[in-house]
Ligand binder design. Structure first.
Ligand code: CDP
Length: 242
């Protein structure tokens, strides 16, 4: 698709969204039987499961740290998640995204509370339509909360991009492929902390400030939905009546 067609004359996007509008999304907590904590997220056509094990004894034992838990994170895309079949193994990109998601989660976890332990986070992308690192982070944070692991705050993420010269929130893959810049952002809103920030492409200072403002607004919406998803999960146990 030609770049100019990605933004219509009336300023709306190719899928009809306004520039600062998120895709339709859905979150659910406690979706997997066999993990200690789990969550599912859909952001538009992007579909991701996150699963958490731990804290548990670090294994193999030589990786144990005497004063803290180690956090292991694996971001992985299913072979069938993208239009061109992806080899099942871990690519360089998946290693990179595992690292940025791990670092984002480390900034809210109290790892020093669990010496010689480990926490494992698995982010499995079932279907990808852009925004998988940020949606994966949002789901991973929910899965950690579901596992009962204390955190300073939940984290949520969304990307802002520059498409045909305009800043837009929560890129779809069609927009992502044709964008001039892509800024994935993860935040812990209640403690006002930025936990993930990457920039692909170029933005002016003014565009960067505006993009961060748009990301923050989007993240606040996702954050409220995260709290609702957790309340729904625990209401099922009769612990929350709301
Ligand atoms: O997913 P995210 O936007 O965080 O990361 P990206 O590296 O900017 O990838 C953008 C999108 O490209 C992914 O979400 C997929 O939809 C697509 N992609 C793909 O089709 N095949 C791959 N091997 C990797 C990514």
């Amino acid at each position: 698709m030609e770049k100019a067609l990605l933004i219509r004359e009336d300023g709306t996007r190719v899928d009809g969204r306004k520039p600062d509008e998120l895709r339709p999304f859905r979150m659910e907590v406690g979706v997997l039987e066999n993990a200690d904590g789990s969550a599912y997220i859909e952001m538009g056509k992007t579909k991701i499961y996150a699963a958490v094990y731990g804290p548990k004894e670090a294994h193999p034992r030589h990786i144990a740290q005497p004063h803290r838990a180690i956090l292991q994170c694996r971001y992985h895309m299913a072979t069938f998640s993208v239009s061109e079949r992806k080899a099942p193994g871990m690519t360089r990109r998946e290693h990179e995204l595992s690292k940025v998601i791990r670092e984002a989660l480390e900034s809210v976890l109290f790892l020093e509370e669990y010496p010689r332990s480990m926490i494992e986070v698995f982010v499995e992308v079932i279907q990808a339509d852009a925004g998988t690192r940020t949606a994966g982070l949002t789901a991973a944070s929910l899965a950690l909360a579901d596992a009962g692991i204390p955190m300073a705050d939940l984290v949520a993420g969304v990307a802002v991009g520059k498409v045909a010269g305009r800043l837009v929130l929560d890129l779809s893959e069609e927009e992502d492929k044709n964008c001039e810049a892509d800024l994935p952002v993860g935040m812990a809103p209640s403690i006002n902390s930025i936990v993930l920030l990457q920039l692909n492409g170029r933005l002016t200072r003014e565009e960067f400030s505006e993009a961060m403002r748009m990301a923050k607004k989007g993240i606040e919406v996702l954050y409220e939905a995260q709290k609702k998803a957790l309340q729904k999960r625990f209401a099922a146990y009769g612990e929350v009546t709301d």
